[in-house]
Write a protein that binds this ligand. Structure first.
Ligand code: OGA
Ligand code: NI
Length: 366
């Protein structure tokens, strides 16, 4: 995580959306009102095929299935990564009590008085603590969302001052949860590698001491969800992202598939996984980090707990030779992942624009 910027960034006044909702439930300040082309579609009815269902991967078939089940599920996983860049994983072997606890504690954290949460402020230009990330100017539109984020691994990304003292057991639970999710990420990367015809441990070896961060996103209800965005469209700067959607929440996540925003219906106890920019680069675009966003809901609040899993900052990345040939020209230059991470967190969320950092510009691509 980058240090605090040397010159303070002028971001203007940022309303805390939870407080706004409490004190002026019908007011939407102009900074949250999106320009017409950015306003969301709010329909939650499943779209007709091929947009109807995000693939579901049964992790237990990968970890404990017979040979045929393993092969079939690896094939399903590969298809999901290639066609969707997103899938929901069921029977993921992360303790359900832990999912439950992290959900409850995150909610308790967001329900604390503002002064308590502001003991852990996200300084503009940084990405850890409580506040709004990715705000860099006074005229930038704001997301209808409060965030709380922490660097988890390796130890040097941690800022101990930002680990909350309340609610009780919050920090221990984040620690335990993150350990479990880390295992899941390594396992998924193994099966993803096998599905790509690579050695199972290729990513684990390449990534070194992987960087992991957690972000809790809290989306209060909004009287005009048609005017705002919960979270701006973006792709994730990670290798893999694991998203837990709190129980009973409304449909909020939307992914851009073939130019259509597809609403994702949560499956109880499942985790949503998506391919991040790292895997797009390594596979030379065979697997893409798909653009996604969150929308707000008129009556219900929504909570998500998101883990970003990425290579160590010192790793050099570029398309693997297995994915480059005369029919698949190299789309990305080689770069240092730490530099990419810095680039990612110092720019506003803007679709897939951040990946331009690594793109080799040719006449046919833009
Ligand atoms: C994210 C993200 C979506 C959500 O935090 O990167 O895409 O539904 N979140 O909260
Ligand atoms: Ni995301």
């Amino acid at each position: 995580m980058p240090p605090v910027p040397i010159t303070p960034i002028r971001v203007g006044h940022i309303d805390d959306v939870q407080e706004l909702r409490k004190t002026k439930p019908r007011t939407i300040p102009q900074r949250f009102v999106r320009d017409m082309p950015e306003r969301p579609t709010l329909t939650t009815t499943p779209l007709p095929p091929p947009h109807s269902h995000m693939p579901i991967i049964d992790f237990s078939k990968l970890s404990r299935g017979n040979k045929e089940e393993v092969l079939t599920e690896i094939f399903n996983l590969a298809t999901a990564c290639e066609d969707w860049g997103f899938f929901q994983v069921i029977n993921h072997e992360v303790d359900l009590n832990l999912l439950h606890s992290i959900e409850n504690l995150s909610r308790e954290f967001f329900m604390l008085p503002l002064e308590e949460k502001q003991k852990y402020p996200m300084v503009p230009g940084t990405v850890q603590g409580y506040g709004q990330a990715f705000v860099f100017s006074e005229d930038q539109k704001l997301d209808w969302c409060n965030m709380f984020a922490l660097g988890i691994e390796p130890q040097y990304v941690r800022n101990p001052n930002l680990w909350p003292k309340r609610p009780e057991r919050f920090s221990e639970t984040v620690e335990e949860y993150s350990g479990e999710i880390r295992k899941l990420c390594y396992n998924l990367l193994t099966y993803i590698a096998l599905g790509l015809g690579l050695k199972g441990d290729v990513f684990e070896k390449m990534f070194g001491l992987s960087v992991q961060a957690i972000r809790m996103n809290y989306y209060p209800p909004c009287s005009r969800p048609d005017l705002v965005l919960g979270l701006s469209p973006h792709s994730d700067g990670s290798a893999l992202t694991v998203l837990q959607q709190a129980k009973g929440g409304p449909v909020g996540l939307q992914i851009l598939k073939d130019n259509t925003w597809v609403p994702i219906h949560p499956i109880p106890n499942a985790l949503v996984i998506n391919i991040g920019d790292t895997i797009e680069v390594l596979t030379n675009g065979k697997y893409r980090s798909v653009e996604h966003r969150a929308v707000a809901h008129e009556e219900k609040d929504r909570l998500s707990i998101v883990t970003f899993f990425a290579p160590s900052y010192d790793v050099e990345l570029g398309p693997m030779q297995e994915f480059v040939d005369e029919n698949h020209p190299c789309k990305f230059r080689r770069y240092n992942h730490g530099e990419y991470s810095k680039h990612y967190v110092t720019n506003k969320l803007q679709g897939k624009k951040t990946l331009d950092f690594a793109k080799i510009q040719t006449k046919n691509t833009n």
